[in-house]
Design a protein around this ligand. Structure first.
Ligand code: FES
Length: 356
């Protein structure tokens, strides 16, 4: 069960004009609860202007560094990202949920692997954690990073990446792709799209020899790279992705959902932390998470966008339908797991557990 603890901010470090990274002091008595895999994220909770705000941010340190740190890029109008970039200070306290997320890389010191990552903007955050862990924990493995940004000033962790390149010259290759600055080579000028991905595959890697592709960034980049790699014959099981910024896709799916007439009224029973709650779900357009929050306090959630999986539960009886699902693995869906922030009941009785 994911759990919040109040943690004190150790440092707020400016990474670029639009991005800070935040590290936390983790007391010894809860330290083991914050063990994480490279690629996982933390949900931060605070109150701003009288309302509760929750946001998920990927951890940018490697588990081997002994530090818990996330990066927060300021987005226009972003309540939490604005607060973190402008007002948050060392010594402040935030509620920090224990780490979660399926976008994770498992390393093995005896492995001889070839990894390739495509990241854009703050999509570098989980990727740099993976990259550092591979370089430290898999001495026989190689990592190639394609990293898209507006210009060289907006490249998050540039100094750290350059340091790692110098330290691991034969094992780490980094290619920056800039959309609003001419890097002098046409191939690296623009956005990472299908055409660029195809050229990178032709000239800069042996696609067949890659053991895992890790993609993190906005939907257009992920979709373009993913479909190009599939066209080139890459096995789908080698593709791992995490979407940033799902707002457009969700709005689209909400419209479709409303058109389809929504789901049936349903009697819901849910278990959370060993306690059982029962209630009538009477508004078909409401999700199980939103309706359930009126009856069961502390239902876990963060993004409410089908990405972070914090709201994951297992359907034990009945059926639900999800609007979108970006975060669950196929095996989890087959085993009956759903994202409750996206789920509407389809049958007149639904039994779910957040504890399984
Ligand atoms: S709250 Fe993030 S997937 Fe549901």
């Amino acid at each position: 069960m994911p759990k919040f603890h109040k943690l004190s901010v150790r440092e707020v470090r400016r990474e670029t004009p639009e991005c800070v990274s935040i590290s936390f002091d983790v007391p010894a008595e809860v330290r083991s609860e914050y063990d994480f895999l490279p690629g996982q994220h933390l949900t931060l909770r605070t109150h701003l202007d009288g309302s509760e705000i929750r946001r998920s941010y990927s951890i940018c340190t490697s588990p081997m560094e002994g530090e818990l740190r996330v990066a927060v890029k300021q987005v226009p109008g972003g309540q939490f990202s604005g607060f973190a970039n402008e007002r948050l200070q060392s010594g402040d306290e935030l509620d920090v949920m224990t780490p979660l997320g399926n976008f994770a890389l498992h390393t093995d010191p005896s492995a001889l692997h070839n990894y390739v990552a495509f990241a854009a903007g703050s999509g570098i955050t989980p990727v740099i954690s993976m990259l550092k862990t591979v370089l430290r924990n898999e001495p026989g493995s190689r990592f190639t990073l394609f990293y898209g940004n507006k210009n060289s000033e907006s490249v998050i962790f540039r100094e750290e990446i350059e340091g790692l390149k110098n330290e691991h010259m034969t094992r780490l290759a980094v290619h920056y792709v800039l959309s609003q600055e001419d890097p002098g080579i046409e191939l690296f000028h623009g956005r990472i799209d299908a055409e660029k991905c195809r050229k990178f595959c032709q000239h800069l890697m042996d696609v067949e020899a890659v053991d895992g592709f890790y993609l993190c960034g906005p939907a257009p980049m992920i979709e373009a790279v993913r479909s190009t790699l599939l066209e080139l014959g890459v096995d789908e099981r080698k593709l791992h992705s995490e979407l940033f910024n799902t707002t457009g896709a969700i709005a689209e799916s909400r419209r479709d959902w409303a058109k389809s007439g929504g789901a049936a009224t349903s009697s819901i029973t849910l278990t959370l932390d060993g306690k059982t709650y029962s209630y009538q779900h009477i508004n078909p357009s409401e999700t199980i998470l939103d309706a359930g929050a009126n009856f069961a306090p502390e239902l876990p959630y963060a993004c409410k966008g089908g990405v972070c999986c914090t709201c994951k539960a297992k359907v034990l009886e009945g059926e639900v339908e999800m609007e979108v699902c970006y975060g669950l693995e196929k095996e989890e869906i087959a085993a009956g797991y759903v994202l409750t922030c996206q789920s509407h009941p389809k049958t007149d009785k639904v039994v779910l557990s957040f504890d399984e």
